[in-house]
Design a protein. Structure first.
Length: 202
């Protein structure tokens, strides 16, 4: 396995755990909120299981990237997204309003898996959860023994596809300026995953 593919083991272990919390669906329509590294990893794991995946985001760059990866990608604020419903919904964005949106996207009796961590407390209308009998489960990171090995197995089989999640590859000397500062600045929506090359000429 190439080193740049193996470097994706952590986000894919997170994705494997989240999909596991959903019962590892097969052939099921799924919605993933958030087209960042974790959302794209979840979508890739779901697609490998034969599921139909729709990704939602509000950043045009991330939507474009998801589309280039072959996913149906919709603007989360568009009218088309508001009418979407699915039996399984994954919230991977961490946006404050995303949990509430996820509950509304779930079909009656559906499942919502929460992996995103909002920066501030979220306001949620639990009326939707109760009236639609929506099941909700949280998924926090991954366990090394349980999730890392399946993630590496998936990467070994789908490495080329998974590597396309990476939006930049940098030498070590550029980590701060082109990596950390880029992720914290106005251009952060351009990136899903940045890899740093640690080698003799870095």
């Amino acid at each position: 396995m190439r080193s740049d593919v193996a470097a994706l083991a952590e986000p894919f272990a997170v994705a494997v755990r989240a999909v596991g919390h959903a019962g590892r669906p097969v052939g099921t329509p799924c919605v993933v909120i958030g087209a960042g590294a974790i959302g794209l990893a979840v979508a890739t794991v779901l697609r490998a299981g034969g599921n139909a995946v729709t990704l939602l985001d509000i950043a045009p760059q991330r939507l474009r990237h998801a589309g280039e990866l072959g996913f149906e990608a919709l603007d989360g604020g568009a009218a088309e997204a508001a009418t979407l419903q699915a039996p399984v919904v994954f919230e991977c964005s961490g946006a404050d309003a995303a949990p509430d949106a996820a509950f509304r996207l779930a079909e009656p009796g559906g499942l919502v898996v929460l992996t995103g961590l909002p920066e501030s407390p979220s306001t949620v209308d639990f009326t939707v959860v109760v009236l639609r009998e929506v099941h909700v489960v949280g998924s926090m990171s991954h366990l090394a023994d349980a999730d890392m090995a399946p993630a590496l197995s998936l990467l070994a089989e789908h490495g080329e596809e998974a590597s396309r999640i990476v939006t930049a590859r940098l030498p070590l000397r550029a980590t701060v300026e082109q990596g950390l500062e880029a992720l914290a600045g106005p251009e952060r929506a351009r990136h899903a995953k940045i890899l740093v090359r640690v080698c003799a000429d870095a």
